[in-house]
Structures are given as structure tokens and as C-alpha cells.
Design a protein around this ligand. Sequence first.
Ligand code: C5P
Length: 230
Amino acid sequence: MGRKPIIALDGPAGSGKSTQARALAERLGYRYLDTGAMYRSVALAARRAGVGPEDGAALGALLERISIVLEASPEGPRVLLDGADVSAEIRTPEISRVVSGYASRPEVRMAMVRLQREQGRDGGLVAEGRDIGSVVFPDAEVKFYVEASLEERARRRLRDFGADESDTERLEEVLADIANRDSVDTGREHSPLLVAEDAVRIDTTGLTVDEVLEIMLARVAEVTGCSTES
Ligand code: C5P
């Protein structure tokens, strides 16, 4: 096989796809692309500029002037918005709450998909998001759709925030946020979250990161005809 494959990982919020995508990229020595971080950066830039998701013209102008760069660093992937590290700022509850509204706009999607495809030109990429296997890289050699129960996804998000899982009020809040994002992401007109026809579905509920990784590596080996043993 000449060019290295592209691996697409789609799924809803909190399904574990970021953790899995990073682990898979590391194991294969591929680059990792977090497309959610790109939409989050657009939402952050728009909030700072006072541009709402419904203002298509202002959003278009904003997209022309901002730069979003994702880069690897020893501490993990970093997101630079106009040269400044916004990796933490794009993960606040406020951005999580508003990002889907911006991500449903066609201007935003077009600009982001263009950037994402540039990243995939040379292959050797693990890309995660909502529309990777369906829209961004429909010809990706390997596609996964990662899911988990709503409860499990909310618990994982709480853990990510370093919050106590027994805090039921907080759990309810996170659950409501995830359910709302699921509904906006699946119900939107442009590139909704869906399972690509040729994607392998993995329910990660109750599975460890390593268990899921083994399932993925086996599939990659099957498709590429190469062993992925380390
Ligand atoms: O993956 P993450 O939860 O960080 O994504 C944040 C939001 O960005 C999602 O809820 C979704 O609205 C949007 N998104 C998208 N398409 C992608 C990746 C993320 O619409 N490929």
C-alpha cells in the first residue's frame, strides 16, 4: 500500500472517541485531527467578536480573518487561534453549550471541511468528529462509529472535568447538555451526525480504552492487510 490510510472516527459527545482516536494515532504513528476542537475555536472566536450563530454574513467575514492551527506538543494536541493557545478555553461549559449552534451553519462547515481535507492530503491521519466518514473523508479506508449510553457519556465528561461522579446535580446538568448537543448535531440540515454505511460500530459502554483499541487495531489490520502489533 502506497499512501497511508485515513481513519475516520465519528460519534456523539462523550462517546470516548477523542481518547480512542489519540490512542490509535499514537499506536499507528499517524497524525491526529480533532475536528471538534476546530468548531469549538470558531465558537470561541465568534463569542469574543460578539457574533451570534444566526448572523451568516458576520460569521463568513470572521472565518476569513481568523486562523486555526492544530499542532502536536509533548503535553498533547494544542489548538492555536490566531497564534494563541486556546486549548483550555475551548473546553469551558459555555463553549460546549453554544458550539453546536455555530457548527450547524453551512459557512462554518464549508470552511472547516476545507481545512480538514488539507490535513488529510498525505494520508496517515486519524480524524475524529461527527461527519468525518460521511462528508469530510467519504473514501477513508477505515471508518468507526463510536457510541456509548447517555449515562456513561455524562459520567465520562464529569470525570474529564475532574468533578465527583456522585454529584447528581452536576451529572444531571452534563446529561442535559450532552442530550441537547446530540439532538442539535443529529437533527441539523448540514452534515448531521450519522453512521456512515461502511463504518464499524463500537459501543464502548463498559469497555476499557485498551479493549476498544484492540478492536480498532484488528479492523485496521484487516483492511490494510498489515499487522498493527507493536
Ligand atoms: O467533539 P466535540 O464534542 O469537541 O465537538 C464539539 C461540537 O462540534 C459538537 O457538539 C458538534 O456540534 C461540532 N462538531 C461538528 N462536526 C465535527 C466535529 C464537531 O459539528 N466533525
